[in-house]
Every structure is written in structure tokens, then in C-alpha cells.
Design a protein around this ligand. Structure first.
Ligand code: F0G
Length: 386
């Protein structure tokens, strides 16, 4: 597997894109809690972000995630290059950290003492972590019994107040909107514009590492914030002359939660990909614009397609991403089978969250453990070695 980690982005980018050498790659200040290479996301991309002299450059090592080439998948899809953006490598294990660090930094700048969000899990983990880092209060509202174990454990251990609502994610978001509108609490769902600003940095990183934008950016769609962020990022980089073209945006909703594809809110969204159980996406119209302006598409992937891609990523590529993340790969496989992928295409699939977020699904779909007596010969026998 060809691995391009962004710690080497300076050299890779210098080889690939003359413009990228002017991106300030060498000049980042070292800030406490910075990324492994000593870089801080907010500082690194500050010229593209709402970072002012007053913005605290907080960080927990978010961003600069690996972009790895997936040769086995590439063959199956029949494209020139297929890359996986491993957003599970962020500090709380999902892309939400990029948006949360920006949103919490701005909340601190504005003197906020508490943040609040609705969540299918990952946003709550990120909100809880960055609130803890900033020593402010976090309240997260989740749909009772609908959140993966790892995400719930994260929100709790970081010290957030976790409210398990007898309702859906969409109900939770409605309640959070109302409460934050009439109380001194900052909402940190993707209706907070700073969230989208932070998340667009992933599009910059893909472009910096590849030396240009990909031809196709494949991404799961839930509340539709991330597809909106990537599209914003790619357009801004293009405008700044850092890339030569724009990608087509391919978004994938889970079939049981496909409001945008079906063009109607879904009252009881249901899918194995718990992160995508959203029936009325907050950034619906912006996602449609990203799709249309880029000449892309938003399609559905079924639960079996998601789980096939999930297993294929783990067994075939050694990449453990959560089921929602596998929707991007499931979608590309589906469209490749329909003849929509060209042999010349360079594709990036965004893997939004780490597989360990939801260990139960892995145990449900993987092979069983092999019980053995405490005897070396018996173990050999079980392995067909003698
Ligand atoms: N993948 C994962 C792992 C997610 O957690 C989410 C959203 C998405 C994809 C979809 O991204 O909402 O920007 O379209 N999770 C949210 C949450 C809703 O509350 O953690 P989106």
C-alpha cells in the first residue's frame, strides 16, 4: 500500500505542485497540543479560515490525516487511482474534530462558557473532547439507544452531560436549536458556520498531498455538512490557484435514510450505519448545490452494500472504518458496476470515522473466534498444520 501521510506533505507537495510550496508549509508555529509534525490545523490553514489575532490556536492533534492508496479496491473499481482519506485518525476518531476545533476556538474567542449539540455519536465525542480541552461545559443530546458504544463512552469520559432523548436525531437537533437560541450556549452542530469552515481543511489536505484536486470525491452524507465543507474547500483552493480543476462530488446516503435522494424528509430513518440515521439533513440545500455545481451526484447505498464495503476495507485493505464511512466506498463500487467510473479517474473516498467506534457491528459481521483447549497439538490441528 502506497502511504502518503501528511507529515511529509511539504516534500510531496513540493514535488507535485509548485503552488503548494507557497502554502506556508514550513512556517507553522509549534502550538501546545499540535499535530505529530508539530503543526496546528488552525495555524496551518489560517489564511483560509476565520482565524484572527484573538482566536486561540487550540488543538488536540486534529487534521493532517493519512491519504492512503488502495490498490485492491482500485483494481475492483477499474479506475486509475483510488485513495482513502483516513479521518478515523483524528484524535476522537472522526472528521468532526476539524470542525469542532474551529467552532470551539471561535466560541472561546466570543467568551462562551458552554456548547451544545445533537448527535448520532461522533459530533458528541468531538464536542465533549474539545470542551474538556478548553475547560468549558458540553451538553450533548443523542437519540436513546441509537448511538454506537465507543461514541457514547467517549462523550461520557470527556465529561459531557449526555442526554439520551426519547426521539430521533432530528428531534434532538430541533430541541438543541431551540435551547441554544434562547440561552447563552453555543450550538456546535454543522448549522454553526465555523464547523463547516474547519471541516473544509480536509479538501485542502487532499489537494496538497495529491498535488491537485481528485477527479471524484466520494463521501457519506448524513446531515450533509461534510459534503458542503469539502465543496467549499475545493472551490476556495481552486480560486486561490492551488489546484487546476474541481472534483465531481459523489455523495452517498444510506438507503433507509435518504431524504435528499428521495426528495422528502424521512420520519423514521433506519440503517446499520448509525451515524447516518438522519431524516431531515440540516445542510440539505447546500449538499444539493455541491452536487449540481460540481456535476456530481447523490445516490443511495443499501445496508448490505455498506457492510460489504466495510468488510472489504478491513480484509482487503487493512483499513477499519465505521459502517457509515464505508458508504463512500460502497457508492463507488455501485457506480463502477453501473459503468460510471472512467479508467482515467483519480478518486478519493473519505473514510469519516474509525471502526473502533462501533465494535459491535464488527463482531456481528466478522468470523467467529476459534475456541481451543490448552494444548499445542490441538491448536496446530485447528490450524490444519499437522
Ligand atoms: N460519517 C460519520 C462517521 C459521521 O459521524 C457522520 C455524521 C457522517 C459520515 C455524515 O456527515 O452529517 O456531515 O453529512 N455524523 C453526525 C454526528 C451527524 O452527529 O456525529 P454529515
Amino acid at each position: 500500500m502506497d502511504v502518503r501521510h501528511d507529515t511529509t506533505a511539504a516534500s510531496v507537495a513540493a514535488e507535485n505542485a509548485p503552488a503548494a510550496s507557497e502554502a506556508g508549509l514550513k512556517d507553522d508555529p509549534i502550538v501546545s497540543g499540535a499535530a505529530p509534525a508539530g503543526r496546528n490545523l488552525l495555524a496551518h490553514y489560517r489564511e483560509f479560515l476565520p482565524v484572527t489575532e484573538q482566536t486561540p490556536l487550540i488543538g488536540r492533534g486534529e487534521g493532517f490525516t493519512p491519504l492512503v492508496r488502495a490498490h485492491a479496491l482500485e483494481k475492483r473499481v477499474g479506475c486509475a487511482e483510488l485513495w482513502l482519506k483516513l479521518e478515523g485518525c483524528n484524535p476522537t476518531g472522526s472528521f468532526k474534530d476539524r470542525g469542532m476545533v474551529m467552532a470551539v476556538a471561535k466560541a472561546l474567542e466570543e467568551g462562551a462558557e458552554a456548547i451544545m449539540c445533537a448527535s448520532t455519536g461522533n459530533t458528541s465525542a468531538a464536542a465533549a473532547a474539545y470542551a474538556a480541552a478548553a475547560q468549558i461545559k458540553a451538553v450533548v443530546v443523542v437519540s436513546a439507544g441509537k448511538i454506537a458504544l465507543g461514541k457514547l463512552a467517549q462523550a461520557l469520559i470527556y465529561g459531557a452531560v449526555v442526554i439520551a432523548l426519547d426521539g430521533t436525531f432530528d428531534d434532538a437537533l430541533r430541541i438543541v436549536r431551540e435551547i441554544t437560541a434562547r440561552n447563552p450556549i453555543t450550538v456546535v452542530n454543522s448549522i454553526n458556520p465555523y464547523r463547516l469552515q474547519g471541516q473544509k481543511t480536509a479538501a485542502f489536505e487532499c489537494s496538497d498531498v495529491l498535488g491537485d484536486a481528485p477527479d471524484i470525491l466520494a463521501i457519506p452524507v448524513g446531515n450533509a455538512g461534510n459534503i458542503t465543507s469539502y465543496w467549499m474547500g475545493f472551490r476556495e483552493y481552486r480560486r486561490a490557484g492551488r489546484t487546476t480543476h474541481l472534483p465531481r462530488m459523489w455523495g452517498f446516503e444510506a438507503a433507509g435514510a435518504a431524504a435528499i435522494v428521495e426528495n422528502r424528509p424521512i420520519e423514521n430513518p433506519d440503517t446499520v450505519a448509525s451515524a447516518l440515521r438522519i431524516g431531515n439533513p440540516a445542510n440539505w440545500q447546500r449538499a444539493v448545490r455541491a452536487r449540481d455545481e460540481s456535476g456530481g451526484l447523490i445516490d443511495t447505498v443499501s445496508d448490505p452494500e455498506i457492510l460489504d464495503a466495510y468488510k472489504l476495507l478491513a480484509e482487503g485493505e487493512g483499513v477499519f472504518a465505521e459502517p457509515a464511512s464505508a458508504a463512500s466506498v460502497a457508492g463507488v463500487l455501485k457506480l463502477a458496476a453501473a459503468g460510471e467510473v472512467k479508467p482515467t479517474d483519480r478518486i478519493v473516498c473519505v473514510l469519516t470515522g474509525h471502526g473502533l467506534k462501533d465494535p459491535q457491528i464488527a463482531l456481528d459481521v466478522a468470523r467467529d473466534v476459534v475456541p481451543a483447549p490448552n494444548d499445542v497439538r490441538e491448536v496446530e490441528k485447528l490450524l490444519d498444520l499437522r
